[in-house]
Design a protein around this ligand. Structure first.
Ligand SMILES: Nc1ncnc2c1ncn2[C@@H]1O[C@H](COP(=O)(O)OP(=O)(O)O)[C@@H](O)[C@H]1O
Ligand SMILES: N[C@@H](CCC(=O)OP(=O)(O)O)C(=O)O
Length: 384
């Protein structure tokens, strides 16, 4: 696998987009569909032409495209987006191939090869699978192919599916250490309230404090998208908190955005750029258990970035093995960090509250290790 790209993002403002080495661009169903719910070949061709502008100036592009379910509706004689999972999956299974055929045709005009990468959350939750996904995507990019990513809807279940492709795109941007995440929707920017009810544009979001007065709607007027603005802002926040700026605008504005014009909403990157592994711990790994720790341990682990020692653990729950991901909560139950635990849930109860020296003396020197090493802990920003 190639070396993780830990250098800072090259994108600090819209005008820096021209210098981006790698961008993850996500387009939602509402931007790819016609009024009757089918795929709009014109919209898709326009997007591909815009992405080609990026590629021609040397930017690697990964496209996260929704639209499989929409593309499958007409061939199956379905009038509108189905509500039940089985029919959605059937529509996606029919539509995904058609969607990719449209992309293949559109990119072929520019002699560009496309590839299809279908992911489930499971793929990114298990470390070996996420490493494989990363390696495949890196290889595709190095070979000059454009990865077109979507959720593997046909096999995903409610329990394991990504909330939506906005989140999938943010996680893909993290995985690939992109310079920015671009979210293209049917709305030209984030508004401080529903745009059709007089909301005003928010051009810049520096952090969660800028979102305090903002009302986010769930479903767009087109009715074909799944997440509305809530999931877009969550995705932007995931990226930004991992050092990757995010830009939100409408698909027709993409060209102007790529040229550095002041369109859309820019979510400034905060915090340190995390390696793919830290991002995995923070956002993907499915926690197998929970450790509740006291105030002193919160200060050491969350604020002081030190390892978690046994003496600070008040309670634990769950069934986990050594090296499994667990959540670290404070006394109030708020998740403050995640980490890869060094002991199993069978070993830990007898160790609780004891000092490292005591553990070494009573259980042997192999128990003198921290419960979670500082390198395996990722702090979680308090959610919106
Ligand atoms: N505060 C807000 N700012 C901008 N758009 C909003 C806001 N609240 C709700 N929306 C709606 O969110 C919609 C975009 O979400 P969605 O339909 O899921 O798009 P996509 O298919 O691109 O994922 C917009 O059409 C807009 O009407
Ligand atoms: N994977 C699904 C789309 C899921 C989704 O998040 O849709 P959207 O909110 O329109 O980006 C599909 O291809 O139809």
């Amino acid at each position: 696998m190639s070396t993780p790209r830990l250098t800072e993002s090259l994108v600090a403002s819209r005008s820096d987009l021209r210098h981006a080495r790698r961008l993850v661009v996500k387009i939602g169903s509402s931007s790819l569909t016609t009024i009757d719910g089918g795929i709009s070949v014109d919209a898709l061709n326009r997007l591909v032409a815009d992405l080609q502008v990026l590629r021609e100036r040397g930017t690697e592009v990964v496209l996260v495209s929704s639209g499989a379910i929409a593309a499958g509706l007409a061939p199956l004689g379905l009038g509108s987006r189905p509500q039940d999972l089985a029919t959605q999956q059937a529509a996606a299974a029919v539509g995904q191939g058609l969607l990719l055929a449209h992309y293949t045709r559109a990119f072929t005009q520019y002699q560009t090869t496309v590839s299809q990468v279908l992911l489930t959350v499971e793929d990114l939750m298990r470390r070996t699978q996420y490493t494989n996904a990363l390696r495949t995507l890196e290889k595709l990019l190095s070979l000059g192919a454009v990865p077109v990513v979507n959720e593997n809807d046909a096999v995903a279940t409610h329990e394991i599916r990504f909330g939506d492709n906005d989140r999938l795109a943010a996680l893909t941007a993290n995985l690939l250490r992109a310079d920015a995440l671009i979210l293209l929707s049917d709305v030209d920017a984030l508004y401080d309230g529903p745009p059709d009810e007089g909301g005003r544009q928010v051009p810049y979001v520096a952090g969660p404090e800028d979102l305090r007065g903002v009302t986010l709607g769930r479903r767009g007027k087109a009715g074909v998208g799944t997440g509305g603005m809530v999931t877009k802002v969550e995705a932007a926040q995931i990226a930004a908190s991992n050092g990757i700026p995010a830009l939100l605008t409408s698909a027709p504005n993409a060209r102007r955005l790529f040229q550095g014009e002041e369109v859309g909403t820019f979510f400034g990157a905060r915090g340190r750029r995390r390696g793919a592994r830290s991002a995995w711990i923070a956002h993907l790994a499915h926690p197998k258990g929970r450790l509740t720790i006291d105030d002193g341990a919160i200060a050491a682990v969350v604020e002081g970035r030190r390892s978690l020692l046994c003496a600070g653990i008040i309670a634990l729950s769950g069934d986990f093995e050594a090296s499994d991901p667990v959540e670290i909560t404070d006394r109030a139950g708020t998740v403050r960090a995640r980490g890869l635990v060094g002991y199993s849930s069978v070993e830990l109860p007898q160790m609780l509250g004891r000092s490292t020296a005591e553990l070494g003396a009573n259980l042997g020197p192999e128990y003198e290790r921290a419960v979670i090493h500082a390198d395996d802990i990722v702090r979680i920003e308090t959610r919106l």
